[in-house]
Design a protein around this ligand. Sequence first.
Ligand code: ASC
Length: 151
Amino acid sequence: MKTPALALALVTGLAAALPAAAQFQKPEDATKYRQSTMFVMANHFGRIGAMVNNRAPYDAAAATANAELVVTMSRLHPTGFVEGTAGTQKGQANAAIWTKRAEFDTGMKAMQDEVGKLLTASRANNLDTLKAAFGEAAKACKACHDKFRNQ
Ligand code: ASC
């Protein structure tokens, strides 16, 4: 623990209220963080995708377990988008995120809502219900990727 103030902030849960930049030791860590949360999310979203696309057997309990992780990752995504960390390569976050931050935040929230619905749908024990919710969640992912990720 570096300072008593930081220790106090952590103990009282105030760390979450610090500016995002202050939570990373260096800008590259914010990039790594968001790439990590995206990677884990895509992996678990993809496992549900395999079920709805008949590439894996439908397993309702596994769908829910994966959807829970997708929801958890979706909550972490916003944290990694620290100003000044736009990328230049294909697939990286582009500068529009910070010039159109309100639009980005709205898209992020829409995705979080859709993956929340995916989790609810996963509990219905019905592959068609899961399939429909998966499609809507995928659309929400794609909407931001089309606008805010280097093509
Ligand atoms: C995925 C994944 C995404 C989204 C997107 C939806 O499985 O990794 O980024 O779905 O492709 O169109």
